[in-house]
Design a protein around this ligand. Structure first.
Ligand SMILES: C[S@@+](CC[C@H](N)C(=O)[O-])C[C@H]1O[C@@H](n2cnc3c(N)ncnc32)[C@H](O)[C@@H]1O
Length: 299
């Protein structure tokens, strides 16, 4: 059972700086949950011209799906926060294509959740302005407040494979859970987005702590390993740690190491977290490995 966000048990965390189309450091069947948000194909605000073509983007997703199927334990869940993308007036069907890609990689398609941002969310362009300027039929382009969270499963979960002790440790205190996650029981989740200029998440398109909190609480057990192959600012690692889960994050941008360390509480600031937790940072290009933890000296 958790108290607020925190489960009191030692956890280990690993950050790999490199390209997640290759996850060779992660053993087959060793991951119990994936929560992640890949870059949205050439999103005008965050990833403009990152991929040469849409096919190039889909090829990247195919490689990631294949690796995820290899590293996932049987019966476990991949939660993909993703959405269709409008680039230069053309809408790319990323959700439909991602579902096809994950099915082809061997996953089962289990659910689709919709994340609704607050009505005042103004970061995206006001597409409805086209109609205001041209108040005639056929000028309608709606403002988008929604994103998808698509849920895949590798085979079927054996509920008997979890010991009684772990099951009880992971029991969801529904009253506590409901206090912060009021609409957890339905497919429409209303969650406040991270402000684009907020301190740690500037330019990263981070998802809110609440998204990781709900997915990790609902789809993993205490002591499980949670993987985020596009870890960005480290939201998934932070919440996994808070909830007594181990984590692995992969991130291509090396400059985010200090951000992730800070967010996950490994910069010596967060005295609330378990002193014995450790963070290993592996920078592929340099073969460098660093260890962090309140009781460990950096090496
Ligand atoms: C949408 S952001 C993830 C944000 C994250 N959910 C958070 O809350 O901070 C996607 C991240 O994936 C990273 N990325 C893009 N391509 C990658 C790749 N091939 N391998 C690993 N990371 C990659 C980007 O640098 C970016 O930080």
């Amino acid at each position: 059972m958790y108290v607020g966000d925190k489960m009191y048990s030692m956890t280990t965390h690993k950050l790999i700086i490199g390209d997640c189309t290759d996850m060779h450091e992660i053993a087959d069947g060793s991951v119990h949950l994936v929560v992640t948000s890949p870059p949205y194909f050439n999103a005008p605000f965050d990833y403009k011209k990152l991929y040469k073509s849409y096919e190039h983007y889909l090829e990247m997703l195919r490689k990631v799906a294949k690796e995820l199927h290899r590293v996932m334990a049987e019966g476990r869940i991949v939660a993909l926060n993703i959405d269709d993308m409008l680039v230069d007036g053309e809408k790319f069907p990323i959700v439909a294509d991602a579902i096809r890609i994950f099915l082809d990689a061997g996953f089962r398609y289990r659910d689709r959740l919709v994340w609704k941002k607050p009505d005042g969310y103004l970061r995206i362009s006001r597409r409805s302005g086209v109609l205001l300027q041209n108040p005639y039929p056929m000028y309608f382009y709606p403002d988008n407040l929604l994103e998808s969270i698509i849920i895949f499963q590798k085979g079927k979960f054996d509920y008997k494979s979890v010991s009684e002790e772990v099951r009880e440790k992971s029991k969801i205190n529904i009253k506590e859970f409901e206090k912060r996650s009021k609409d957890w029981y339905r497919t429409l989740w209303e969650m406040t987005n991270v402000l684009p200029n907020s301190d740690l998440e500037k330019g990263i398109a981070a998802y809110p702590d609440e998204l990781a909190f709900r997915i990790i609480t609902l789809y993993s057990y205490a002591g499980d390993t949670v993987l985020d192959p596009f870890v960005g600012s480290g939201t998934t690692m932070k919440i996994a740690r808070n909830l007594g889960r181990n984590s692995i994050g992969i991130e291509i941008n090396r400059e985010l190491v200090p951000v992730i360390k800070k967010k996950a509480g490994f910069d010596g600031q967060d005295k609330l977290l378990d002193d014995n937790d450790t963070l290993e940072v592996r920078i592929r290009a340099t073969k460098k490995v660093e260890m962090y933890g309140n009781n460990r000296k950096d090496r």
